[in-house]
Design a protein around this ligand. Structure first.
Ligand code: AMP
Length: 271
């Protein structure tokens, strides 16, 4: 695996290929990331992983500095997976140039997580716009766990006529149902158990609502989740997976989207 810290040497190498498959990450690699990489390896192009914790997408400086980092372990994982290239840029490499495309921030950036994390999606779209200009990937592999992020990057790509295709990858879960996440590392055993109970409950309630066996208001769902040990729920909403619009009922294309805190650790999921 070749490792690059600056875009000049990276571009010199990768532009010799006739295409690149790209997996943007913030490191702290886990089985969610690994599934994206394995999928990418099935495509015809070489695989490039980036590890960059983007300060612009954290409104809370503490959350940024607390974000788990373990580059040494990440490199071991990537080497084992036979990833071709790793890009670990510094701030200047990403933000020290003028972009060709202006960002496109769809109105949905203000909803769901955007309501609670000011400027988060602006930061996400900015960094992706820049990474795409540097790498010019043919394919970009992204997880449905961060569904709103996936949706907004798809919008950026279509609105700015960017010649990259997004491959959306299924959510990978731990054995207890909790979506794999770098942030899980920070949970205590008991918090991890609570997160599992939240997941199980949402699966249960979704099935009940879909088969119309019961009616339960969102307030009641929140109450139940509070009783499982969650003090702070940002939102729990039913959204259509195609257009991300709110739904009152659960259909085949509706997921339950949730964001909540366990202590100071923010978890999101859609089920
Ligand atoms: P992150 O390092 O958290 O920025 O994530 C990098 C990419 O991995 C994003 O496209 C995420 O959606 C994806 N990802 C993170 N966790 C999971 C998961 N549990 N299942 C599938 N994809 C994931």
């Amino acid at each position: 695996m070749k490792i690059f810290k600056d875009k000049q040497s990276l571009q010199k190498e990768i532009f010799q290929n006739n295409g690149i498959s790209f997996i943007p990450t913030m490191g702290g690699l886990h089985k969610g990331h690994i599934s994206l990489i394995k999928k990418s390896k099935k495509y015809k192009f070489k695989t490039l992983v980036s590890i960059y914790v983007n300060p612009k997408q954290f409104d809370n400086k503490q959350e940024f500095s607390r974000y788990p980092k373990n580059l040494k372990k990440d490199i071991e994982i990537l080497k084992k997976l036979k990833v071709d290239y790793l890009y670990t840029p510094l701030f200047k490499d990403i933000y020290g140039f003028k972009t060709k495309n202006k960002i496109y921030l769809d109105k949905f950036s203000k909803q769901l997580c955007g309501k609670f994390r000011k400027n988060h999606f602006k930061g996400v779209v900015q960094v992706m716009n820049r990474l795409i200009e540097i790498i010019k990937p043919k394919y970009i592999f992204m997880g449905k766990k961060d569904y709103q992020q996936l949706f907004l990057i798809k919008k950026l790509i279509s609105r700015r006529n960017i010649n990259s295709k997004i491959i959306a990858c299924d959510i990978i879960r731990e054995r207890n149902g909790v979506a794999a996440s770098t942030r899980n590392l920070k949970l205590t055993k008991n918090e991890f158990k609570i997160a599992s109970k939240v997941y199980q409950y949402i699966v249960y309630i979704k099935k009940k609502l879909r088969t119309k066996k019961i009616f339960i208001s969102k307030k009641e769902i929140e109450k139940k989740i509070n009783a499982l040990g969650v003090k702070n729920i940002n939102y729990i909403e039913f959204r259509d997976l195609k257009d991300l619009k709110k739904r009152n009922k659960i259909s085949n294309t509706t997921n339950i989207f949730i964001a909540y805190y366990l202590r100071n650790i923010r978890l999101i999921d859609n089920i």
